[in-house]
Ligand binder design. Structure first.
Ligand code: NAP
Length: 362
């Protein structure tokens, strides 16, 4: 059974060159690679597995959040003087191989993805992302943490969508967008923004984009022709006369302060994340003037809405939006390609990524 993992130094040394890579996060060079991991044991008749399901993965993908998990895992195993590893990954698509005796919602052969519902308990199971190790080729999940994927969504798309769809759908629901409103989507080529754009397609609102790098904006416009204009953040291109009713933002530590003066009265500013997630980036964060920020938000009657993930209903509704509306996949990797290429593409090292990046087990 395979898994993509953070490796201890001695395991890195033993791993085949094409299956390993020293991945940079700030000044750290973190050893990652494919390992042969131990198979989980699952007894369909045992009481302790009664509500659980044994899943064989067919695809997985990584998200921005996994960078923090990779760094933390590395801190724990970098001094370990033996061959060990920490499997990574957050999105996946898999096939149910075995079910526990109380499971009635899933059966052998079902194609499933993770259900990251949050913040409340659903399906008698715990809220949150079901696994931080989704690249494990076989894994055991509580049946309530899985959702059957509709026919017609290919495995590489299914294995790349759960966290993004659930989060974007939740934010769009909470944004309560009305006809004719101006909606700004930030970091327009980010994965999260691709989900926003895919789900905004049918809304009768004016969608604008903001690009941090200024790269790949033509590709975004070609794929999402309803986007009225994409502004370049670094070149300070936002027009003084354009005000937004809704901002959908995945990197609020970059954008909240500069965008406040572009918000309309009664605007909703929704954010699901920050750019500075690594320990070095957090240390280097610049201070902001909180008093001015609050005063600006208050005088415009702005609602600042933090959002983490979404409900099970958000996932179901969001996924249905992709049955005849393809999720953009930049590239699908298999064991034939090098791990370095997969990681560099996933984290857009060359600055040319357009869509999600998937890994398929063949
Ligand atoms: N809480 C939740 O439930 C949840 C769920 C999903 C995602 N998130 C969060 O959403 C964020 C985005 O994740 P993702 O996977 O979509 O990221 P991603 O695909 O890796 O996004 C990278 C993009 O961010 C832009 N960018 C680069 N440097 C930036 C900077 N300094 N400030 C702002 N933008 C910059 C670039 O796009 P442009 O050049 O086009 O601007 C780049 O292509 C993360 O903070 C993640 O943790 C949270």
């Amino acid at each position: 059974m395979r898994a993509l993992a953070v490796l201890s130094p001695s395991l890195y040394e033993k791993t085949d060159a094409r299956k390993r890579h020293l991945f940079s996060i700030d000044s750290h060079q973190i050893p990652l690679g494919f390992v042969t991991a131990s198979m989980p044991e699952f007894d369909e008749n045992a009481d302790n597995f009664a509500n659980y399901v044994f899943v064989r993965k067919i695809s997985f993908s990584l998200n921005y959040r996994d960078l923090g998990i990779i760094e933390n895992a590395w801190r724990k195993i970098k001094e370990v003087d033996r061959e060990t590893y920490y499997p990574i990954g957050s999105d996946f698509c898999g096939i149910v191989e075995k079910v526990g005796k109380n499971v009635t919602t899933l059966s052998k052969g079902d194609k499933v993805i993770g259900n990251n519902f949050y913040p409340f308990l659903e399906n008698n199971s715990m809220p949150g992302i079901p696994s931080n190790h989704s690249s494990r080729e076989f894994e055991i999940y509580h049946s309530g943490k899985l959702m059957k994927i509709p026919d017609g969504i290919p495995a590489e798309q299914a294995g790349s969508m759960s966290i993004g769809v659930q989060t974007a759908m939740s934010m769009i629901r909470k944004a309560n967008i009305k006809e004719g409103e101006n909606v700004l989507v930030t970091s327009i080529t980010s994965n999260t923004s691709f989900f926003f754009l895919s789900l905004l397609r049918e809304k009768k609102c004016n969608v604008y984009g903001l690009s941090y790098s200024g790269k790949n904006t033509d590709a975004v416009k070609n794929h999402f022709p309803f986007v009225k204009e994409i502004f370049n953040f670094k070149e300070n291109q936002l027009s003084d006369n354009l005000y937004f009713d809704v901002v959908l933002d995945a990197f609020s530590d970059t954008y909240l302060v500069p965008l406040t003066s572009h918000l309309n009265v009664n605007a909703r500013y929704l954010t699901c994340g920050v750019y500075n997630q690594s320990s070095e980036k957090i240390k280097a964060v610049e201070k902001i003037n909180l008093t001015l920020l609050i005063a600006d938000l208050m005088t415009r009657n702005v609602q600042l809405i933090g959002n983490c993930l979404g409900s099970g209903e958000d996932l179901k509704n969001g996924v249905n939006g992709f049955t005849d509306n393809t999720l953009v996949i930049d590239q699908t990797f298999t064991k034939e390609e090098s791990i370095q290429d997969f990681l560099d593409k996933t984290y857009n090292v060359e600055g040319d990524k357009f869509g999600k990046v998937a890994f398929m087990y063949t």
